[in-house]
Design a protein around this ligand. Structure first.
Ligand SMILES: Cc1ncc(COP(=O)(O)O)c(C=O)c1O
Length: 485
């Protein structure tokens, strides 16, 4: 017999060691919160500079805590873009709730595997409760529910996977889609690219997604959908799902949900709503009517890490019938046997694509608990008011023009220098250069929009630190930089 192994305790840090590092991290975090408004949103740096600062050789022996903290300081203040900065307006990336960050820390410390109920009973109950509550806010009936995903891409994928399995029959999970006839998913030209990617990942091929024309407000044309459905049915193609968007990525447009729901129902198609961005308005009683029609959805994607401001990453898929998740994802495995007498609760590993999974629900839940729904409602309404205010400023200033009215919390606009005589293409290039200059400058930060083929700037406010002066600063800085182009 070999020698009895003696303890190897290197990794088992004492509570005192945990406290030393933990408090150091807490200090960094609160310093960041204090300094944030005076910091740049980002600074220009090359990948080589960032790698040189952070890609340290992996040490053979422990790094002293002070050095680890110095490394984290470099990451925090020198090598990060601050999405929680009041002048950050790009993409749709929430500012990151403060309670959410604290909860994320504890979630990692608790280290729950929410794949199996018994491995995290509290985690599972919180996730179930949270997602049921969200489903109710969307008007889904009793029996609905969902789960937290890594983001909108996965939430939409899971919703459409349930659609595929319900429409083609669960046997498709074993036999594959080759045995099924041709199918189609209908989404607008303005839908996010992840709908095509979901069709690709589902084995349907991205071309199974029909890009339905939009109206002048970037909303799916119900008439064009009706035509596409009729043409496919005539060709023997099965309408699998209508994927409506509630809050498009570029302009915040909401598809005509009641009309799309009626067309989906008429063709027996699944109704999926990508509310990854716009879904958050259901937290406001005043704004909730904007999403009328979503209550007919079979599945909904909504992203807490967008307009619910939760730290990255947290998406959420909601199902009208929670049972679809297990029908689409259950798998038997001999190595997770439990006596039926002790099996209890929901094993999320049997309800979604991940097997082991963490506890992302906690940061969403604790943020809601700490702030209360009404604080979200007020802030979401404020974000919309700020986007509208930006739109007004754009219209007031001579060198700026709106590309479309502000919708939800998005405003798209472009710069047209005084006395401009160039072509539209040249104006596109001018605005491209302006956006690049804004990014290089780092005092404010926005992204871009391409609307009807024209390039402009886009500000999306999903940031509880942004106020009117930041919106004004965005235009002031952009104008200053435009002068230098
Ligand atoms: C409407 C919409 N759907 C889906 C996504 C993808 O979500 P995620 O980036 O969280 O995967 C986005 C991202 O901006 C989006 O705007």
């Amino acid at each position: 017999m070999s020698e009895r192994p003696t303890p190897v305790t290197d990794l088992a840090w004492s509570p005192a060691q945990a406290r030393e590092l933990g408090e150091g991290v807490l200090d960094l975090w609160t310093e960041l919160l204090e300094r944030l408004p005076a910091e740049l949103v980002t600074r220009e740096r090359t990948p080589a500079e960032t790698a040189a600062a952070l890609a340290l050789p992996v040490p053979e022996e422990p790094t002293p805590t002070a050095e680890v903290l110095a490394h984290l300081r470099e990451l925090t203040f020198e090598q990060s873009l601050h999405m929680g900065h009041p002048a950050y307006f790009a993409y749709i990336t929430g500012a990151g709730t403060i309670p959410g960050a604290a909860a994320e820390f504890l979630a990692a410390a608790l280290n729950q595997c929410s794949g199996g109920y018994r491995l995290g009973p509290g985690a599972a109950e919180i996730e179930l409760h949270l997602t049921r509550w969200l489903a109710t806010r969307f008007g889904l009936p009793e029996g609905s529910g969902g789960m937290i995903m890594t983001g909108g891409a996965m939430a939409n994928f899971v919703g459409l996977k349930c659609a595929r399995d319900q429409r083609l029959g669960v046997a498709v999970r074993d036999r594959g889609v080759a045995a099924a006839g041709p199918v189609a998913i209908y989404a607008s030209e303005e839908a996010h690219v992840i709908i095509r990617r979901a069709a690709d990942m589902l084995g349907l091929g991205a071309d199974a997604v029909r890009a339905i024309r939009v109206d002048g407000e970037q909303r799916m044309l119900a008439g064009a959908l009706a035509e596409a459905l009729a043409a496919d049915v005539a060709d023997g193609v099965l309408p699998l799902a209508v994927s409506a968007t509630a809050g498009t990525t570029t302009t915040g447009s909401i598809d005509p949900l009641p009309e799309l729901a009626a067309l989906a129902r008429e063709h027996g198609a699944w109704l999926h709503v990508d509310a990854a961005y716009g879904g958050a308005v259901v937290l406001s009683d005043t704004l909730r009517p904007l999403l009328a029609g979503t209550e007919h959805a079979d599945s909904i994607a909504v992203d807490p890490h967008k307009w619910m401001y939760t730290p990255q990453s947290a998406g959420c898929v909601l199902l009208r019938d929670f049972g679809h998740l297990s029908r689409s994802f259950h798998a038997d495995a001999s190595y997770i046997w439990l006596d039926d007498a002790v099996r209890q609760g929901i094993d999320f590993a049997m309800h979604g694509p991940q097997f082991s999974r963490g506890f992302a629900a906690l940061k969403v839940w604790i943020s809601l608990l700490a702030h209360g729904r009404l604080a979200y409602a007020r802030r979401i309404e404020q974000d919309m008011a700020l986007a509208a205010y930006l739109g007004e400023l754009v219209q007031e200033r001579p060198q700026w023009e709106l590309m479309c009215p502000a919708r939800l919390s998005i405003c798209c606009f472009r710069h047209r220098p005084d006395g401009w005589t160039g072509t539209e293409e040249e104006l596109d290039r001018h605005n491209e250069r302006l956006m690049t200059a804004i990014h290089a400058d780092g005092r404010v930060y926005c992204s871009n929009a391409v609307i009807d083929g024209r390039f402009g700037l886009r500000a999306c406010i999903v940031n509880f630190r942004t106020e009117a002066q930041d919106v004004e600063r965005l235009l002031d800085v952009a104008e200053e930089l435009a002068r230098g182009l």
